[in-house]
Design a protein around this ligand. Structure first.
Ligand code: 4AD
Ligand code: MG
Length: 431
């Protein structure tokens, strides 16, 4: 087995070769501390003339940040820090010494500079840690669905119709004067697939021409949509809860080092357990007004409302039954109150707000046609979707999560632009 920093404990007292980069270096003259990284983690390499020799000392002195290198040395347990290992360096072989000084240093850089240099910023400790956690969330999602009889169905990115609001559509020319839109969510396609497989999910990039410049909005982000046949609104919430619990469990098992690098207080995450809080939109509006919000009975929750509400509770909150006017055309109405949608948003605690949106779907042909007309959508482009209500329609529900929103909450990252490798925002398309 070749050496990797994450497995350093298995190599104590052994001589190993680390293939990676020098993240940074401290010290001078008598002793150098090289911060080494190899993709799997970070480790300190100690260089002294006695242990490492004259040649290594000369190398250590002249190397600059982000030199790629192979370092040979012996692994030892850190004298003071538990579960931390270091390397007593015996040989340094640079692979490439940077031609110029590395642009990102330890000093404070503004967010614009860092985002302009995102291709390099990804190497920094915190950015590395965020992507590791994001990866665990992805794997925990696949795992939960595989264990619960879902199969993955890949929905298309180029679509002829809108799924969510038409004001946030990216439009492109599609040969012979046809118009295509970049998908806002794979949901409608999963509604077709669910009639074949019962339980399905997709996971891919979606696009919103969002004009909102908030810490919660990207124009391209990764969504996971899940859809279940013979499933009502309540059962769907239980699935969402099970999925979120599996994600938190796996992150706490696998990413304690990353969360420490991020200085994320893990106590709030450890406290998360089911059942999550369930409140209706009407209850939440009353509560928010008492807290000083000017939200109206028929209003969607604003960003500030979500922040205020979710700071108040330790658990995620399902907000159920929004006024139908503020929600999408496909949502089934509450049989007890036709003005409400049989839907829920899941809001993450600690001020993070909406991470999941979902609902039971309208499964009756005449009613869904009426909704399409009410929303001023063109029924012609939905002909295939209407077929699903013609041939063996069943009660079904589903939901979609925003991967960056979940990663933002779990890693304690303020703005979700840091949770996606290459963020796309209104004013940012590069690198
Ligand atoms: O609430 P949304 O718009 O729901 C849907 O698109 C449904 N079709 C999903 C479904 O039922 N299958 O989006 C789902 C989630 C939100 O809860 C949020 O986490 C995230 O996607 N999201 C965004 N994330 C980043 N930037 C944006 N502009 C986002 N818009 C939504
Ligand atoms: Mg939503």
């Amino acid at each position: 087995m070749s050496f990797k920093i994450k497995n350093a404990r298995d190599f104590v007292d052994q001589e190993v070769i680390m293939e990676g980069w020098m993240y940074n270096r401290r010290g001078s003259g008598k002793i150098y501390f090289m911060q080494l990284r190899d993709g799997t983690g970070f480790m300190q390499g100690i260089v002294t003339e006695d242990e490492s020799g004259k040649e290594s000392m000369e190398q250590a002195e002249k190397l600059t940040a982000e030199t790629s290198l192979r370092v040979t040395g012996k692994i030892s347990q850190h004298p003071k820090k538990e579960d931390t290992f270091e390397m007593i360096v015996t040989k340094i072989e640079p692979v490439q010494i940077p031609a110029e000084e590395y642009p990102i240093s330890k000093k404070e850089h503004g967010p614009d500079f860092l985002l302009d240099n995102r291709h390099l910023w990804l190497r920094s400790g915190k950015q590395w840690a965020i992507q590791r956690v994001r990866n665990t969330i992805i794997n925990a999602t696949y795992e939960y669905f595989a264990d619960n009889d879902f199969i993955k169905i890949d929905s298309p990115i180029l679509t002829p119709n809108a799924c969510e609001g038409t004001t946030e559509l990216f439009e492109i020319n599609y040969f012979d004067d046809d118009t295509a839109y970049l998908s806002q969510s794979g949901q409608l396609y999963l509604e077709a697939a669910v009639m074949s497989h019962g339980r399905v999910f997709d996971f891919g990039p979606v696009f919103r021409a969002e004009k909102s410049k908030t810490r919660r909005h990207l124009t391209e982000f990764w969504m996971m949509d899940a859809e279940m046949a013979y499933c009502d609104h309540k059962m769907s919430m239980e699935i969402q809860e099970g999925l979120m619990m599996n994600i938190i469990k796996r992150v706490l098992e696998k990413n304690m080092k990353e969360l420490a690098i991020l200085e994320r207080d893990v106590e709030p995450l450890k406290k998360i357990q089911g059942p999550f809080i369930r409140k209706t939109h009407a209850e939440v509006v009353a509560e928010l007004r008492e807290m000083g919000s000017d939200i109206g009975e028929k209003d969607d929750l604003g960003a500030d409302d979500e922040t205020m509400l979710t700071k108040k509770y330790d658990l995620p909150i399902f907000v159920e039954k929004y006024p139908a006017e503020v929600k999408a055309f496909y949502m089934k109405r509450d049989p007890e109150n036709e003005g409400l949608a049989l839907c829920c948003d899941l809001l993450a605690p600690e001020g993070y707000g909406e991470i999941i949106g979902g609902s039971e779907r309208e499964d009756n042909l005449d009613i869904i046609l009426k909704r399409i007309e009410e929303h001023k959508l063109d029924p012609k482009v939905f002909d295939w979707y209407l077929d699903l209500r013609k041939y063996g329609s069943v009660p079904h529900s589903g939901f979609g999560y925003g991967l960056e929103r979940i990663t933002g909450w779990i890693t304690g990252t303020h703005h979700i632009r840091e949770t996606i490798p290459f963020p796309r925002l209104i004013n940012r398309l590069r690198p």
